[in-house]
Design a protein around this ligand. Structure first.
Ligand SMILES: *Cc1c(COP(=O)(O)O)cnc(C)c1O
Length: 454
């Protein structure tokens, strides 16, 4: 019998609830703190920055949270997404492992980010907010939010990390096409941007700096709110639709994953695909491994430490408990812009601390080798971020081959790379560099946050 190549769910099978792992975690994450008082932050303190419903979701411990019809309607443009058997990759690796991937690259903007952009725009809209601000690294989150903001009639300003703005001009064009305004960050339109430009002339920018700019804009105007595409609990919550669909699809495929893998920036696609499977571990005691794949040049889960730290460079955000490299850490200009973030979200950080998730760090060349093999065997050019998940998958598949095991691997293809061809061009012409981080650089930026601890 031929194996089914892809498992597709009908729209009627799209999940009606998001899964909130906070209900089931043995140790809940420590609370976010107000940096001035070092006391747990109250919902009221967050209201100038975020929509109320999103703050509620951030703090909720309810297990299942209903997905509004307006959100499900927009999800239907591309959801449910296919679960695909990577038979071509299995063959190329000559492995007994069975490899499946959830294809989030089929969204109109080419990544999983739209899963949270839609509900974030929706909950802001119903509260009467008129404008949104945000930051974007590789441009994926900005593109996704542009679609969602336009749909719900909200204006949008996007602060795009300068290196990506220059490397990825088409991302900017995508955002402009959907009607958003885009600035290279650090920009000269905010106070903090001007300060950064003076302090670090020629800086390539960072997600932390861009967040500072976007939060500053939101704080200036009560009808403007800030949105974040990763890291926070409510973003993980929205992204669980990936794993909830995959759960049904794996069942239809007649397999259950031994290991679930995703690349790791702040943790939203990782949390999205893994948390519904982690529930099986909590509820049924399933033996399942969850592996986060991060760049060797930005290794917060493998080489960072667990501390309270800011989500941004300037210290506008609450203090969050996280595995971090320190908020002043400036990662190398790797092509996987979406993975150049200094910290991990609180949920995944706590799970990592409790030994419930694993992490591996991978150098850029190995990830692109994996990306090229995947393109040639499965026909899809993966996003530079997603190549990390593929490289980790290949490592697992080769281990299965060595051990002669039929390991079932599920990974998340968080996006396609069709707007990232500069990166592939660099790799193919032998110009791609491998970056590592000297331990003393990590130690130094972590030392600086030790004074922030309560
Ligand atoms: C943003 C992004 C990531 C990293 O963000 P997470 O929140 O860690 O998922 C990974 N892959 C793609 C394609 C992205 O756009």
């Amino acid at each position: 019998m031929k194996t089914t190549k892809k498992i597709v769910l009908p729209e009627s099978e799209m999940p009606r609830y998001w899964y909130n792992v906070l209900a089931d975690m043995p140790n809940k994450p420590l609370p976010p703190l107000n940096p001035k008082t070092r006391k747990p932050i109250t919902p009221e303190e967050l209201e100038p920055i975020f929509a109320k419903a999103l703050i509620e979701q951030e703090l909720s411990t309810e297990r299942w949270i209903e997905i509004p019809d307006e959100v499900r309607n927009l999800y239907r443009i591309y959801r449910p997404t296919p679960l695909v058997r990577a038979s071509g990759l299995e063959k190329a690796l000559d492995t007994p492992a069975k490899i499946y991937f959830k294809n989030e690259s089929v969204s109109p903007v080419g990544s999983h980010k739209l899963n949270s952009a839609i509900p974030q725009a929706y909950f802001n809209k119903i509260q009467g907010v008129t404008s949104l601000t945000t930051e974007t690294g590789a441009g994926q989150w900005g593109s996704a939010l542009s679609v969602a903001a336009k749909h719900f009639g909200l204006a949008l300003k996007v602060y795009m990390v300068k290196v990506s703005y220059e490397q990825k001009p088409y991302r900017k064009a995508v955002m402009n096409t959907y009607g958003a305004q885009v600035f290279a960050s650090p920009s000269d339109t905010t106070e903090i941007g001007r300060k950064m430009r003076a302090q670090f002339p020629g800086t390539s920018g960072s997600l932390g700096m861009a967040i500072s700019e976007a939060v500053e804009e939101a704080m200036k105007d009560p009808n403007t709110k800030y949105t974040l595409g990763s890291v926070l609990n409510h973003v993980m919550l929205h992204q669980t639709i990936i794993g909830l669909e995959a759960e049904k699809q794996m069942e239809l495929a007649g397999d259950y994953p031994d290991v679930v893998i995703a690349c790791f920036g702040g943790g939203s696609n990782f949390g999205g695909i893994t948390l519904p499977f982690l529930r099986h571990k909590f509820v049924e005691g399933k033996d399942i491994r969850l592996v986060a794949a991060e760049p060797a040049s930005c290794p917060k889960l493998t080489r960072g430490q667990f501390y309270y730290d800011f989500g941004d460079t300037e210290g506008y955000t609450p203090l969050l408990p996280m595995y971090t490299l320190g908020h002043d850490f400036e990662p190398a200009s790797i092509h996987a812009g979406g993975l150049r973030y200094h910290g991990a979200g609180s949920i995944v950080s706590q799970l990592r601390k409790d030994g419930l998730v694993e992490a591996v760090d991978i150098k850029q060349k190995e990830t692109f080798e994996a990306g090229i093999l995947f393109a040639r065997s499965e026909g899809i050019i993966p996003a530079p971020e997603s190549t990390h998940a593929i490289a980790a998958t290949i490592r697992e598949a080769l281990k299965a081959k060595e051990e002669g095991k039929e390991t079932v691997i599920l990974f998340n293809l968080s996006g396609h790379g069709l707007i990232d061809m500069t990166a592939y061009e660099n790799y193919l012409s032998g110009k791609l560099e491998n970056y590592d981080v000297p331990q003393e650089d990590i130690d130094k930026s972590i030392d600086e946050i030790k004074t922030l601890q309560p």
